[in-house]
Design a protein around this ligand. Sequence first.
Ligand code: ADP
Ligand code: MG
Length: 246
Amino acid sequence: MSSPLIEVVDVHKVYKTGDVEVQALCGVSLAVEPGEFVAIMGASGSGKSTLMNVLGCLDRPTAGRYVLAGREVSHMSKEELAEVRNQVLGFVFQNFNLLTRTSALENVELPLIYRGVRSKDRVRRATAALERVGLAGRFEHTPSQLSGGQQQRVAIARALVGDPKVILADEPTGNLDSKTSRDVMALFQELGQTGMTVVLVTHEADVAEYASRVVVVRDGLIRSDKKQVQRSASEIDLEARSGGML
Ligand code: ADP
Ligand code: MG
């Protein structure tokens, strides 16, 4: 077996607000191998976003270890974390987080600007990323000129453009209707088939069906962790369109 891309060991996260302490993660251990498509499931308040923030190097655990792509990140400074985020991770959010009044192409170029990639290369790579998510012909559109599903595709292109090792997505279909959700999940599944590692948070069981592994979080702990046969996007789509009559 190859070495894990993500390895968290006995991670705890405590939030302090005034005198109140919330134990958001109470000893989570999880290893993700390259190429896995993991869905993290759980009810609201179970600790999913906290775990994603730790995995995404947006927040440091209170205790425990985190090794990402062979690097121990638990004790890194803010600057080092930002660098790791930029090099290793791509993010997709529920509300897309695109710049308004900015074209799809420029939105996708953004991570490359932070990296100091020159304009010509940025345009070439952003163009390729937008084509990869099926948005050729929408380069000059601003977010308000795109549907929700198209906006999320732009966000996925932006996550891909820096050639990350892992895509992290927190409720990426949370603001999409069910048909669009299926299209976006099919895209994640396609990325998984090309070898991309995807870790996705959802509270919807049908969204988790696209993944090859489902991790259930409850009260800051992993309650179950199972590999599954990935259901194909076309199968799920067919079933949904027939109203579950198949
Ligand atoms: P989920 O994403 O599964 O809904 P969260 O990870 O957001 O859950 O939250 C887990 C727990 O931690 C909840 O009880 C929540 O209220 C608490 N929490 C999350 N973020 C913070 C924060 N920044 N400050 C204080 N408490 C927080
Ligand atoms: Mg959440």
